[in-house]
Ligand binder design. Structure first.
Ligand code: GL7
Length: 834
């Protein structure tokens, strides 16, 4: 039984566990207490980083109080909870975000100022928590902010990687990778919970036995065990007491050290075993939209799944409900297929450990899970070799075969004799070796499958899950368009614009109900408002120019059009089309007379993004960008009209500077390839316009902002297959302007062109349709230049577009999930728990 304070002590507990007040003196006292007692520093032994740490610990105290209150409230009310399982959470920095969400920024600013530090400087001392690759991981972080803000009883579950996404540096214009050991100086935002830990088994064997009632059963035995330890990352909601949790697991060896083995002289072996256990959560796999079938990655997935389910089940069992009520209490969302083994693991626990029948168990499983698909790119769809799973998780492999058998029997019943359909739908892909198709497993074990933008959700239904729609019915396959949190991506990243909007809307309520932004449209024609709006943009451009000067040494004029493409490097995202366009622009500038040049809109083209370390072509694109930049930025003839920048080490913190400073951003994936995109939403929300293809969420953004306020171009999804087919079987000449660009590269103007041949070679089959889209792309650019010349008309476009972004709050996405898929309702943390 849990301990409870004796009646006489209850008063003391209540009194001394209250959240500290937020007056200046109390904050200063808390800061100095942490500086001197937590960090063992003193007034003559302080620096900016220590001051950041002391501030962080002080803010953390508020988070913990609210976190405790929220947990207490939830355990008393015991509502249905949602568990968001994600192998990635791309959180970024916490201090500024926490201060704003807790509404303590001004308090801390004054208090810290009084001690002799500047809060803005301290905010800059924090290293990013970069436990994700790109959009998928950042989406998970935005969703946590919304879940907390909307008072939903929710948990995030993930892995505490010791190394986040690698740090990117440019060496001779090439990307080089450095380890991101982000925990060197500790992490004030996490709470290590050595009391919350679970054993996780790998390998071993399956034993068949007959139980007391004569039933044949199986149990998984032997093998090796590691321990999963919880680390909690509190996530405060905006203007609510609610503070939820992301629980991140780290791996530890089961036996600290094998002394018997050590004493026998097997020193290496005893250390190795320990290291192997710790290795599991050591490093994030740095691939975006690409599957790599490494054993360690499969280990990470199962380790995370096993610990998470044990934790969920422990919480469920506290209230002694029957298993049949599990789906009424628990909703589990799978962020992509990465946590799909969870479906198999729950089935295993229910039949092997809890003694339920197969059908009872499967009914519970399929009413508990839902799955989000984030891509239709074939190379990104996870499939694991059967021998690999059999070796690591023998019992799970048996269960997968069994559930596949039952599933295919049901398919056969509905479509008798359709052998090809069975082959297509099977969880097992036949071959040597066989593979497990994780997306099929996720779809079969879930009650809902969703895509992340309207077009993508339609594509999912007509491509990878076409047969599944016929079998399960179309109601199971839904759309939930992605969103972004306006707290981080506007209020925090762009305080100037946030303040202006609050002034016009009479308060900050719009930050919790983004649809209110719509009312800003009324000011789109107001010249005074236009000036203020564009002045904020101008200041953000100065802030970015200072950052660029700092990291690259290049000087930018904030009067130029700032044109940004920042995202992971990928052929489907077509950064190469962008750099080819820059070369075309440069060549054109070189051929212009002085008089012609004077009419040109000066442009700053900015790239940022990481390439997967093993992705050769993507890395070559970076090399081409930096090579062209060296030439262009040093050319006095054109330098007033064109600058080219590659900002190294793109991450959440860089995005917070970059996005508010853009006039134009490019989202130019081949139609049908970018499931949604989420930075497109952030750019427009911050008063920039999009140059984009008719793809992903660009389409819905276009619907909201209106066709005059977005620059669309390029082939449509429905045309892409035919164009590819045509290119393959007919001698289609390459676009003439693109040919000109290739010639320019091959002339050696940007350095030895031989190194770029493999990149240029991809244009021969041209799977991503650069040639087809190049002229339309350049024409769209001309429309941009023309529009930018009319300052007032441009301002009106930007204001109208930003004010049309209400739909793209992650609050709307989360409400969609909560109502239609998870069936959960808000549980505000009320005063009696505070
Ligand atoms: C992605 C998609 O590529 C991206 O378009 C989408 O916005 C994001 C969030 O839904 O998910 N899918 C994927 O595998 N990664 C993504 O960023 C890595």
């Amino acid at each position: 039984p849990a301990w409870a304070p004796p009646a006489a002590a209850e008063q003391i507990w209540n009194e001394f566990s209250k959240e500290e007040s937020t007056d200046e003196a109390t904050i200063q006292k808390s800061f100095i207490r942490h500086a001197t007692k937590t960090l063992a520093r003193s007034s003559y032994n302080m620096d900016q980083f220590a001051a950041y740490q002391a501030t962080a610990h002080s803010v953390r105290d508020h988070l913990i109080d609210r976190w405790n209150a929220t947990q207490h409230c939830h355990s008393v009310k015991d509502p249905k909870r949602v568990y968001y399982m994600s192998l990635e959470f791309l959180i970024g920095r916490t201090l500024d975000n926490a201060l704003l969400n807790l509404n303590l920024k001004d308090h801390y600013k004054r208090a810290i100022g009084g001690i002799g530090f500047t809060i803005e400087d301290l905010v800059d001392e924090e290293v990013d928590a970069a436990l994700g690759n790109g959009g998928l991981g950042r989406l998970a972080a935005c969703f946590m902010d919304s879940l907390a803000t909307l008072d939903y009883p929710a948990w995030g579950y993930g892995i505490r990687y010791e190394y986040g996404i690698f740090q990117q540096k440019l060496v001779d214009g090439y990307q080089t990778e450095y380890p991101d050991y982000w925990l060197t100086f500790g992490n004030p935002w996490e709470i290590q919970r050595l009391d919350v830990s679970y054993d996780v088994r790998f390998r071993g064997y399956v034993e068949k036995y007959v139980d007391v009632s004569g039933q044949t059963r199986y149990r998984w035995e032997g093998g090796e065990k590691v321990v999963a330890v919880a680390n909690d990352y509190p996530i405060p909601g905006f203007q609510t007491k609610n503070c939820i949790n992301i629980r991140l697991w780290s791996s530890k060896p089961k036996k600290e050290f094998d002394f018997a083995s050590f004493n026998e002289g097997n020193y290496d072996k005893s250390v190795e075993e320990q290291k192997a256990a710790e290795n599991i959560t050591s490093v994030l796999y740095p691939n975006d939209n690409h599957m790599v079938g490494k054993v360690l990655r499969l280990k990470q997935q199962y380790f995370f799944v096993s610990a998470t389910l044990q934790d969920i089940i422990r919480r469920f069992k506290k209230t002694s409900r029957p298993w049949s009520e599990f789906p009424q209490q628990v909703s589990i969302q799978l962020n992509d297929t990465h946590p799909t083994l969870s479906i198999v693991e729950l089935q295993r626990i229910l039949i092997d450990e809890e003694g339920l029948t197969w059908d009872e168990a499967w009914d519970i499983v399929t009413h508990t899970y839902s799955y989000t698909n984030h891509t239709v790119l074939p190379e990104a769809l996870e499939k694991w070799a059967v021998p690999l799973i059999s070796d690591l998780l023998p019992r799970h492999m048996m269960i997968i075969f069994e559930l596949n058998l039952y599933f295919l029997q049901r398919v056969e019943k509905l479509f008798p004799g359709d052998r090809d359909r069975l082959r297509r739908m099977s969880v097992i892909e036949e071959g040597h070796p066989q593979y497990v198709r994780m997306a099929h497993l996720a779809a079969i074990g879930s009650h809902h499958v969703n895509g992340v933008a309207e077009l993508h959700s339609e594509l999912v239904k007509t491509t990878i899950f076409a047969d599944f729609v016929e079998f399960f019915g179309k109601e199971k396959f839904v759309n939930v368009t992605n969103g972004v949190t306006p707290r981080r991506w506007l209020h925090q990243a762009n305080p100037g614009l946030s303040t202006l909007i609050s002034e016009k809307l009479g308060g900050t309520a719009w930050l919790k109900d983004l649809s209110q932004l719509d009312k800003i449209k009324a000011f789109a024609d107001d010249v005074g408002f236009q000036n203020r709006f564009m002045d904020i943009k101008y200041k953000n451009k100065i802030r970015l120019a200072e950052y660029v000067k700092d990291v690259t040494g290049v000087t930018l004029s904030p009067d130029a059009l700032f044109d940004v493409q920042c995202k992971r490097l990928h052929e489907y995202k077509r950064q190469h089309m962008n750099i080819f366009g820059v070369i075309h622009r440069y060549e054109k500038l070189k051929s212009m007379s002085k008089a012609e040049l004077e009419k040109v809109v000066p442009r700053v083209v900015i790239f940022a993004g990481k390439a997967a370390p093993g992705y050769y072509t993507a890395k070559l694109i970076i090399k081409l960008i930096t090579s062209v930049a060296n030439v262009v930025n040093a050319d006095p003839q054109t330098s007033e009209y064109l600058k080219l920048i590659f900002i190294p080490n793109y991450n959440v913190s860089v995005a917070e500077i970059l996005i508010p400073a853009s006039d134009l951003s490019q989202h130019i994936s081949t139609a049908g390839t970018e499931a949604s995109g989420t930075s497109n939403m952030k750019f427009v929300l911050n008063g920039g316009l999009i140059l984009g293809t008719v793809d992903g969420a660009n389409i819905e953004i276009g619907e909201e902002v209106g066709k005059d306020n977005i620059f669309f171009f390029g082939a449509l999804t429905a045309e892409v297959e035919d164009i590819r087919h045509h290119q393959m079987y007919h001698n289609v000449a390459m676009d003439a302007k693109l040919q000109g660009v290739i010639k320019s590269i091959q002339s050696g103007r940007y350095g030895d062109s031989v190194i770029f041949e493999p990149l240029l070679g991809t244009l021969r089959s041209d799977y991503y349709l650069l040639s087809k889209d190049f002229t339309p792309y350049l024409e769209a650019m001309e429309r941009v230049d023309a529009a930018f010349k009319n300052k007032s008309a441009w301002a009106k476009k930007c204001i109208t577009a930003a004010a049309s972004m209400g739909k793209f709050s992650s609050d709307r996405s989360i409400q969609d999930y909560a109502k239609r898929i998870w069936k959960i309702t808000p549980v505000p943390t009320t005063e009696e728990f505070a």
